[in-house]
Design a protein around this ligand. Structure first.
Ligand SMILES: [Zn+2]
Length: 409
């Protein structure tokens, strides 16, 4: 009910309020430009050695020119649970999207009980573009466009959980807002996969390990190429004040191809020994995607690179935990996971660069949390933090109170 009311309100604002707002602002400076890139499950343990080896030149550049550190996440983190927390800066029990499945139904935007960031931005005349952000299916109206991501349902992916329908195969809801944009994307970008590929089952792998692993990784490469093309198209043809794009193949690769050692839980030489570089290679590939996005990021653009959680090898002692190894598993032999009861064991990543953001500053401990992302972005646009939001504006990442981003704590 709450969401329906919000949707109606938002529509009214977009249809009638936004032009008035724009007129009032016509003499003011243009709105800040913010680009957020989400990398699901981005893990510092894997990133750090790659950075030292110089294999992530674009990410290294952003880190050098920005502020970076761990991003504290929620307990038992998984994508829909954390992303909805990021959207709303409220607890999972408050916003309602507590996991992949809620009350027997795949998590979807109709379950969202708190107002999300795209609604606040749209109401305030900020143009919004979002692509492949998890848990945004069915898409909601915004002052711009929205293309759904993880948990989109479709052909061969009826439950929407960790599978990949193509844009033309989506069923049970709209994957694109405005709806007319779907035909434009099919024509100019192609029929892209809207999320990452489903992981193979133990049965599919048995006896064909190398072949199945290589075929799966080839599909992941294809999906990343399609996403790169999509993001570049959107940033070029549909520039918005606020843009949020997300990649999700990194996390999925980590779950079953994490480079573990023979003494780790779940090690199977037939699988774990085939492509030990598969997971680190995902970040090298991501670095190229970042390079493509950076072409659209000038010195006046704020860039945030965030992950909802990290990912770590399984632990023997959690084998007795009834909730152990629940995420993504289905029938895949997973060797790494992130839904540990204590979210501090699998922190996400936070990297920010932009006007007035401190250079080469490492945040120690948990100075930044998934709850702080939305308040900080709203703040950049001069929008006061709504009362229900539990995070705070990350004022510590900005140079001084005199920056155009006012301080508020
Ligand atoms: Zn995962």
């Amino acid at each position: 009910m709450i969401v329906h009311r919000l949707t109606v309100l938002l529509l009214v604002v977009i249809l009638f309020g936004a032009p008035l707002f724009a007129q009032n602002q016509s003499s003011a400076k243009p709105k800040p430009k913010v680009v957020v890139i989400g990398v699901n499950g981005m893990e510092w343990d894997i990133l750090r050695p790659l950075l030292v080896q110089g294999k992530l030149p674009n990410l290294a550049k952003v880190i050098k020119n920005g502020t970076y550190g761990k991003l504290q996440t929620v307990s038992a983190p998984n994508c829909p649970r954390v992303y909805s927390t990021i959207f709303t800066s409220t607890k999972p029990e408050e916003h309602g999207v507590t996991g992949f499945i809620v009350g027997g139904i795949t998590a979807n935007t109709n379950m969202l009980k708190e107002e999300p960031i795209w609604s606040y931005l749209s109401k305030n005349g900020v143009t919004v573009g979002m692509a492949n952000v998890p848990a945004t299916f069915p898409v909601m109206p915004v002052n711009g466009y929205m293309i759904s991501g993880m948990l989109t349902r479709g052909k061969n992916c009826e439950d929407g959980v960790l599978c990949a329908p193509k844009l033309s195969e989506v069923e049970g809801g709209d994957p694109v807002y405005p709806a007319a944009m779907k035909a434009e994307l099919l024509k100019n970008v192609g029929d892209f996969y809207i999320d990452c590929e489903r992981m193979p089952s133990a049965e599919q792998l048995r006896g064909h390990e190398s072949e199945v692993i290589d075929a799966w990784l080839a599909r992941v490469n294809l999906i990343r190429e399609q996403q790169t093309k999509l993001f570049d198209y959107l940033l070029t043809q549909h520039p918005t004040d606020f843009t949020w794009v997300v990649q999700s193949c990194e996390d999925r690769t980590g779950h079953w191809l994490y480079p573990i050692a023979p003494y780790n839980a779940g090690y199977n030489p037939k699988i774990s020994g085939v492509r030990p570089d598969a997971f680190p290679s995902q970040y090298v590939a991501f670095d190229s995607v970042l390079g493509s996005v950076l072409k659209h990021v000038d010195e006046n653009t704020y860039l945030f690179i965030i992950s909802d959680h990290g990912i770590k090898p399984l632990r023997e002692f959690e084998e007795t935990d009834p909730h152990a190894h629940m995420d993504h598993e289905k029938t895949t032999p997973v060797i790494a996971k992130h839904d540990f009861a204590d979210g501090d064991d699998v922190p996400g990543s936070f990297i920010a660069m932009g006007p007035g953001i401190k250079h080469d500053l490492r945040l120690m401990g948990f100075e930044a949390s998934v709850y702080d992302i939305t308040p900080t972005i709203l703040h950049i646009y001069g929008i006061e933090q709504p009362k229900q939001m539990r995070g705070h504006v990350l004022s510590e990442i900005f140079e001084s109170a005199s920056d155009k981003v006012a301080m508020q704590k």
